[in-house]
Design a protein around this ligand. Structure first.
Ligand SMILES: NC(=O)c1ccc[n+]([C@@H]2O[C@H](COP(=O)([O-])OP(=O)(O)OC[C@H]3O[C@@H](n4cnc5c(N)ncnc54)[C@H](OP(=O)(O)O)[C@@H]3O)[C@@H](O)[C@H]2O)c1
Length: 246
């Protein structure tokens, strides 16, 4: 046990999760790594312990096993000061349109599972009158588009949930930050040709997220130009927008 604060990383096998875990460890936070298969994060745990000289522990966590979430959070010792919700899936949208099981899995991972675990964390933090929640949503949630029909709507719901949670938790001194990445170079996007200027590396995302967190920002776009790109996209009149291929 150290005197460091503790950060919980939900989705610790993800490229973004790994970068965020390392960033907080470099700032002397102890780290709790949670993933579906905890054996996948043992090497990261050792790396964090040796490289940053902080405590690091691993846990099994499946976003879709809602009934296990209360016991999972209960089992965390110490309780994390910050909970970062990173897990998410993005399936092919045509496949999801043709197979509701896939659409349902995408919605339930990106939204229902996140609500399930963050409700538990938020209730704990509100009772403690301290704590912070960071959610990785997406610019895809800023406006519904044909090319991101289910993924985008699941992220829109997650963004709205985080907005509401921030509003609900504020009076109890609990901060909620929404992170909206544009493109990030990860396993999720490795099959996609990404425009270099608009694409962030996970390490850049982690740097920007950490800095924004220390400044208690409410919403942060990564990279910064996405805020303006999405402002333009959100302001295209619907009669034009519906004819566009986006
Ligand atoms: N990459 C981008 O361009 C981009 C842009 C905007 C937002 N995002 C968001 O960033 C987050 C991280 O994505 P990434 O790009 O780092 O992709 P990634 O490397 O594919 O990571 C996805 C993560 O979600 C986890 N996951 C999936 N289903 C889960 C479940 N049922 N329970 C627990 N964990 C589960 C995966 O764990 P397993 O190893 O067990 O599969 C993995 O850790 C996602 O929420 C994504 O939507 C990404």
């Amino acid at each position: 046990m150290t005197n460091n604060k503790t950060v919980l990383i939900l989705g610790a096998t993800s490229d973004i999760g790994i970068a965020i875990a390392k960033k907080f460890a470099s700032a002397k936070y102890d780290v709790q790594l949670a993933a579906r298969d905890a054996t996948q994060i043992q090497a990261l745990k050792s790396d964090i312990e040796i490289r940053y000289e902080v405590a690091c522990s691993t846990f099994s966590f499946d976003a879709l096993q809602y009934a296990s979430h209360a016991a999972f959070f209960e089992g965390l010792t110490p309780k994390p000061d910050i909970t970062v919700c990173i897990f998410g899936v993005m399936y092919d949208e045509d496949d999801a349109l043709n197979d509701f099981a896939l659409a349902e899995r995408m919605i339930n991972t990106n939204y229902t599972g996140a609500v399930s675990i963050l409700n538990i964390a938020a209730k704990y933090y509100m009772a403690q009158k301290q704590g912070a929640i960071i959610g990785i949503s997406s610019v895809a949630g800023d406006r519904g588009r044909a090319s991101k029909l289910i993924y985008g709507s699941s992220k829109a719901a997650f963004t709205a949930y985080l907005d509401g949670l921030r509003n609900k938790c504020f009076k109890d001194g609990v901060h909620v930050m929404t992170v909206k990445p544009g493109f990030v170079n990860t396993k999720m996007t490795e099959h996609m040709p990404l425009p270099k200027a608009l694409t962030a590396e996970p390490a850049l995302l982690a740097d920007v997220l950490y800095k924004a967190f220390t400044k208690k920002k409410n919403t942060v776009y990564i990279k910064w130009m996405w805020r303006y790109i999405m402002l333009i996209i959100k302001n295209i009149p619907e009669f034009q927008f519906k004819k566009m291929k986006l």
